[in-house]
Write a protein that binds this ligand. Structure first.
Ligand code: KG4
Ligand code: ZN
Length: 391
């Protein structure tokens, strides 16, 4: 497998006191293919959960933390396994692995074809990126092993990528020119909220490369709470879209569900108690999950409680760091009610960024972007499955 040596990091000049004004310059080795003036073409692979995805993107810029990188999506394929896992009410790791192993060569062939077409495309690829975590270990290994074989066969460098960093950076993708501020000084400091099926994380970001995790969930992730409330209400997997649809016709003030930890001084979250309250409501109101109006009211009231907590904690963080921008990402960020709520609550205070709707759920495009940004810092993740990798 070809190796590639990333740039060497140089510390900011001594005497620079304000960490917000520090720019980490990276010395770039001009002989290294990754450092050509030409954009870097990346084949990326995502198999952390129940979506098999392959993408080819072109990336440029981002050589310093002051320079926001730009990405062009050339190919993006996603094979969803939702129908396979639906009868089980959640993702079954062994089935996920089996499906990834089946889907990866199919998606590969759709992009690369065979013979001359395949060879020509490989000639242009500079780097392969694969998700190494967090995620389901057997599923992660399916992608890593596939990526390793491709890297070896085609003599290309391979780097690991953090799935959560993929979500974090997804606001940079599929953007009309000029819709993301090009100057880092216009974006940072920023607050990022990652809300997915496995995570609820608040970050304080000094620039695209440097952040501090200031809060996370202590139990269930918010997407997980959507999924569990959906199951309690007799709705199918995945629950988020089902709850969102139902909530649209329900009354968000109908049931006063708790807002766990909303007034706590820290930035941590807890959604398990909220889900338990929904369960208790259903148990103590026989037939509730069968009556369409009550079901809609439960969905709307649950969603309102979850959004109240997310919004309050995020707002507190924005004020505390005097943020200029807010980046919201992860599967839950596709939710329209949530988007409207955050724009209403913070749109006057900060620039609010969401990923393109096609890139909220798991996809390989964001993995290519995350690998590129990491790599431009002279860093890469080891290509071994890291189920509990965090930010
Ligand atoms: O980011 P993602 O695709 O996978 C993980 O990395 O976990 O997020 C999946 C989560 C699921 O819990 C799903 O219910 C939730 O995103 N989700 C939604 C919506 N669409 C997906 N949650 C609320 N509203 C939605 N419309
Ligand atoms: Zn995800």
């Amino acid at each position: 497998m070809a190796e590639i040596s990333p740039g060497t990091e140089v510390e900011p000049e001594r005497g620079v006191k304000n960490r917000k004004s520090c720019v980490k310059w990276i010395l770039i080795d001009p002989c290294n293919p990754i450092n050509r003036i030409k954009p870097v073409k990346i084949l990326s692979i995502e198999t952390s959960c129940d979506e098999t995805s392959l993408a080819i993107i072109e990336a440029k810029g981002g050589k310093t933390s002051a320079d926001i990188p730009r990405f062009k999506i050339e190919k993006s394929l996603i094979a969803s396994q939702i129908e396979i896992h639906r009868p089980f009410g959640g993702v079954v790791p062994s089935l996920a692995k089996r499906e990834h192993l089946k889907n990866l060569p199919i998606l590969y062939k759709q992009i690369f074809g065979t013979g001359q077409k395949e060879k020509k495309l490989w000639d242009k690829i500079d780097l392969i990126a694969v998700t190494v975590g967090p995620g389901l270990e057997p599923a992660l290994w399916a992608g890593i092993t596939f990526a390793e074989e491709l890297a070896k066969k085609n003599d290309k460098p391979l780097v690991g990528a953090n799935h959560l960093e993929g979500h974090l950076y997804s606001f940079l993708l599929k953007r009309p020119a000029g819709s993301v501020k090009d100057k880092a000084s216009d974006l940072f400091p920023a607050i990022a909220l990652i809300i997915s099926g496995g995570h609820t994380i608040l970050l304080e970001m000094d620039n695209l490369y440097e952040w501090k995790k200031i809060g996370e969930t202590r139990d269930d992730a918010v997407g997980e709470a959507y999924d569990k409330v959906a199951r309690l209400s007799g709705l199918q997997y995945t629950g988020g879209p089902e709850i969102e649809k139902l909530a649209k016709v329900g009354n968000p003030k109908a049931i006063d569900f708790p807002r766990p930890m909303i007034y706590h001084k820290n930035y941590d979250f807890s959604f398990s108690g909220l889900k338990t309250s929904v369960r208790y409501y259903i148990v103590t109101h026989p037939g509730a999950e069968k009556d369409p109006k009550t079901k809609a009211d439960i969905a709307a009231s649950f969603q309102e409680a979850a959004l109240d907590v997310l919004s309050r904690k995020t707002g507190k963080a924005i004020k505390e760091v005097n943020a200029k921008a807010l980046f919201i990402s992860g599967g839950v960020s596709i939710n329209k009610t949530l988007r409207e709520r955050f724009k209403k609550d913070f749109g006057d205070e900060v620039a609010v960024y969401f990923p393109h709707r096609e890139l909220c759920n798991d996809n390989a495009v964001m993995i290519g972007a995350a690998a590129y940004i990491k790599f431009m810092q002279g860093k890469k993740y080891r290509t071994v499955a890291q189920a509990n990798l965090n930010m």
